[in-house]
Write a protein that binds this ligand. Sequence first.
Ligand SMILES: NC(=O)c1ccc[n+]([C@@H]2O[C@H](COP(=O)([O-])OP(=O)(O)OC[C@H]3O[C@@H](n4cnc5c(N)ncnc54)[C@H](OP(=O)(O)O)[C@@H]3O)[C@@H](O)[C@H]2O)c1
Length: 286
Amino acid sequence: MTKSMHSKTIVITGASTGIGKACALHLDKLGYQVFAGVRTETDALSLQDASSDRLTTFYIDIAKSESILSATNMLKSTLKSVGLYGLINNAGIVVAGPLEFVPIDSLRSQLEINVIGHIAVTQALLPLLRQAQGRIINMSSVSGRVATPFLGPYAASKFALEALSDSMRLELMPWDINVSVIEPGPISTPIWTKSIEATKLMIDKLPQKAKVLYGPAFQAALLWENNIEQSMSKPDVVVRAVIHALMSRRPRTRYRIGVSGFVADIFARFLPDILKDWIIKRQRKL
Ligand SMILES: NC(=O)c1ccc[n+]([C@@H]2O[C@H](COP(=O)([O-])OP(=O)(O)OC[C@H]3O[C@@H](n4cnc5c(N)ncnc54)[C@H](OP(=O)(O)O)[C@@H]3O)[C@@H](O)[C@H]2O)c1
């Protein structure tokens, strides 16, 4: 590594597209030294083309221990003199489907990527974060506050991330390492097409019984996803929250993004289950 090291170093996972890419490019523009995690050479080149030469791409698959180990070893040796100012645990996938039939391996990879991987990366980088009195930002979702039908695996992963963030925030207080959770509503990124494609493939493999039992309700849920496409926010709204969590003297513990973030918060905190169920069923036309 020959580049001169900026004191505000940031590591972000899942920076190939969507929110992660938008954060990486914006933080690069602000002068941070960004280390952007990707999984293909093409994505690395596309990020490098769009950024300054401060930005460094690195390979990391957070579902694979050996990949986490080699990426974090590289980061530890590169950042040993300055430490790490910000870790943005952003990588994620969506697994959807009726819980009665969702393949157990799909559920495992949902939790491996959206939960375990983030903790593994955080554990490995905490010594560097402690050195720079850094901050941790975990990318949750409104699905970390309210669980809706057929999004059980995804919601489980985000609820878990919320719980782990709460524990971690309290555990790391002695070192002034802040932990913030970002809770976006629907944001226009490739995650939607990726999840719809993956879900269609999964449905094809489901037994006929599953299609008979859940077909219409599941189709209604997919239709709802398609219909909200026009009202999705751009990744910039999430970038603003990330910047606040990184730069503010008083970063928030939770960032609720947009109307749906606000609504999910009210839902989670104040509504009885019976009313929540009624509203969700009506909204999803179940
Ligand atoms: N978009 C929304 O509506 C929304 C709302 C709330 C929360 N979020 C959260 O925001 C985060 C970013 O999502 P996004 O919407 O920006 O979607 P996205 O564009 O699909 O980005 C997801 C990123 O995660 C990476 N990733 C997936 N599996 C990985 C693995 N095993 N190891 C390392 N990286 C992996 C992807 O890399 P590849 O390109 O290599 O697959 C991609 O860079 C996710 O945690 C998501 O749950 C999104």
